[in-house]
Design a protein around this ligand. Sequence first.
Ligand SMILES: Cc1cc2nc3c(=O)[nH]c(=O)nc-3n(C[C@H](O)[C@H](O)[C@H](O)COP(=O)(O)OP(=O)(O)OC[C@H]3O[C@@H](n4cnc5c(N)ncnc54)[C@H](O)[C@@H]3O)c2cc1C
Length: 451
Amino acid sequence: MAHYVQLAIWRRAACFPESLVRRNDESRTERERAPLMDFDFPADDDPRRLAVRAWRDANPEPTQAELHAAGYVVPHWPEPWGLGADPIHQIIIQQELAGLKVTCTKGGREMASNAIGVGWAAPTILLGGTEEQKARYLDRIFTHEDIWCQLFSEPDAGSDLANLATRAARDGEEYVINGAKIWSSGAHVSDMGILIARTDPDAPKHRGISYFAVPMDTPGLTMSPIVDMTTVHSFNQVFFADMRLPAENRIGEEGDGWRLAKVTLANERVSLSSAGSLWGAGPSAYDLLEQIKGMGPVVDATMRQKVARMFANAEVLRLNRLRTLSAKLNGRTPGTEASIQKLMADEHGQEVMEFAKELVGAEGMLTGSGPSGELSQSSRSDATEIKFRKGHFADVDPVWHYGFLFSPALTLGGGTWAIQRNIVAEMALGLPREPDVQQGMTWAETQKARA
Ligand SMILES: Cc1cc2nc3c(=O)[nH]c(=O)nc-3n(C[C@H](O)[C@H](O)[C@H](O)COP(=O)(O)OP(=O)(O)OC[C@H]3O[C@@H](n4cnc5c(N)ncnc54)[C@H](O)[C@@H]3O)c2cc1C
């Protein structure tokens, strides 16, 4: 269970370049040209801080439902779900609630997170859903009563997501869905899924897509597990065979699915994002440096160079995160700094995980080995293992080995490394756009042309 949640924090940045980057042009306002980093966190006795502290003292181990009732699951949202918190207020809440143990069980099972539900499904429903849909879905997402997965990628539509072929054909008050999705993280433990499917093959590929909320127990929906090389069942392939979905499950207008999917990502909350190597989670370069320090002097010159390079990269990323945060706190839209962050952080994550293995030489090849040696030693006494044996990584043992096996996925999920470079080239550097040979064609025509 814990594994899929960790995997589910991926971002499909590749499909939403506009929301991530800005052209580095002359049109920036005076405010946007303000100093790159400008933090002015409220004092210790700020009334907003005191209010969060008082709530925490009264609720030392809240349930997810209690957290939601207090407005702390999505504090940046309007009431009744959030507190309408501005960026500074969000940071205060994040700081004051850091490390809070939130109990969240379902059917006796410990639930870890609902990242896709809270981060993606909910903002889309808020934006495009009817009042009835908001009432039906939103609170259950925030209390984690319903865990959501994302049914977007297809075998032939990953980077080129708008090419998706899963068909949703209208039949009276229902849609009949046929097709297949792949890489659906956590679909096997989800109650609901956000699905994008083609409702009009005769429209240009971006326009004939609609967005749906799908109960995962709908007849006609089946799935098969995909076990990745970490040995965890995190992904699934999901099949739809004449699955009938009520039209009331469509979010937004028919044909408006692509716009909704894009707008969703713009709702990312302000975050004191962490240095974790695995998409912000898990051990960081700083954790590895602590281990290295504990191992005594690094005598090998090549290894010393690698330590220095890893530290330098970690610092560049840390400063860039602060620049992004500063932009948001000062009311600016993060520009190039946001688009290069993913690109650099994913490759840095791989560097950290590979180096953790390399440090122990040939022993690193053993299943379960980490920077301080083989499995039994790592699991019992490795400080990082102890630190991360909770939350997302509760079942991962040892975390360094898992991280190493997971790390190739970092430059694939949420937009591959090549797509990220395309984004930086086109949106940040202003280089010519990749030619679109399908421009002006309907989706059906593109399929004929391919055949
Ligand atoms: C850990 C993880 C979790 C995921 N979870 C989900 C999920 O929950 N739901 C979901 O729907 N999907 C999920 N995905 C899928 C993910 O969105 C896709 O893997 C990603 O969009 C890439 O698509 P693809 O795998 O089809 O690769 P492709 O798009 O087929 O790319 C193959 C190769 O071609 C390169 N390439 C493609 N287009 C271009 C181009 N225009 N220019 C240059 N190079 C190009 C790519 O860089 C890559 O090297 C997940 C993926 C990972 C790794």
